[in-house]
Design a protein around this ligand. Sequence first.
Ligand code: NAP
Length: 294
Amino acid sequence: MRIDRRITGKTKILGVLGNPIEHTFSPQLHNTISKYLKVDAVYIPFKVERQDLQDAVKGLKALNVAGFNVTIPYKKEIMKYIDENSREALIMGAVNTVKNIDGRFYGYNTDGEGFARAFKEETGTDFKGKDVVILGAGGAARAIATKVAIEGAKNIHIINRTPERAQEIAELINNNIRRIVDAYDSKDDAAVEVFRKSDVIVNTVPLGMYPDTDAVPVDERYDFSGHQVVYDTIYNPPKTRFLSLAEKKGCKTVNGLGMLFYQGIFAYEIWTGIKLGHDFVMEVFKAFAGLLTR
Ligand code: NAP
């Protein structure tokens, strides 16, 4: 008999807390990275019911886990139970990564960082001095808008079917970072105009996602200039109809797979303090791309 030595008394425990949790790819991602880097850690899923969330966090602390991710539907609620949330996470209003430092839990949000790293990596450009349109005003839009503002965008225009939600994000960033965000009702012509004039367009509206792949997040009045970088946070299908239309007009297009992937990479770096090398990250990305898209 061969003795299984993968988990010992010294192994660090990592995991992901959410519900449902069955479809998460995070255990495979983090355990693969640990295996290749020979880091003595194991990452496991924790399915938690809403009424048990506080007890679960207390339990994770009592068990001295090294860190964990938080996913749907607890990214906001978890913040109440964390000892200290980062400034970015507070502005973004959500925590998806928690690190245990000497028995205290610190909360971070790696969605914005994941988006920014993926965007820079895949487009070869950044947000400095750019005019950025964001479609949608939910959790992803809030994280992306915060990061894009921190990264030096000139203007951010948030377009949403419920303009009040876009206005909420605008006020939050204008009051906490810089006064560069305005909000639009997607039905208004002014929104159509800023869309066309922008340098970068980021879609966070879940229209066009598998299986409703014919849907697009904007109506026919909206048109691309042809010079824009267009990012869709959707990654399944890899090329949404929205991205196809942008591509036909000559725009550079990117899907959301990199964002998903890099938020995980960034979390891993927070927990372990290891900065993952570019070539290694590319190798992992390639291995996981096939797993996540159809
Ligand atoms: P969310 O908080 O529910 O926000 C969704 C936004 O889309 C809201 O602004 C909503 O408008 C708008 N919307 C939804 N259905 C619409 C419709 N039929 N017509 C017009 N607008 C509509 O969701 P989220 O967490 O921000 O996620 C949004 C998308 O980002 C999803 O596709 C998700 O998969 C993707 N995402 C990707 C990553 C990644 O790593 N790639 C990470 C996070 C999220 P109202 O405000 O009017 O309701």
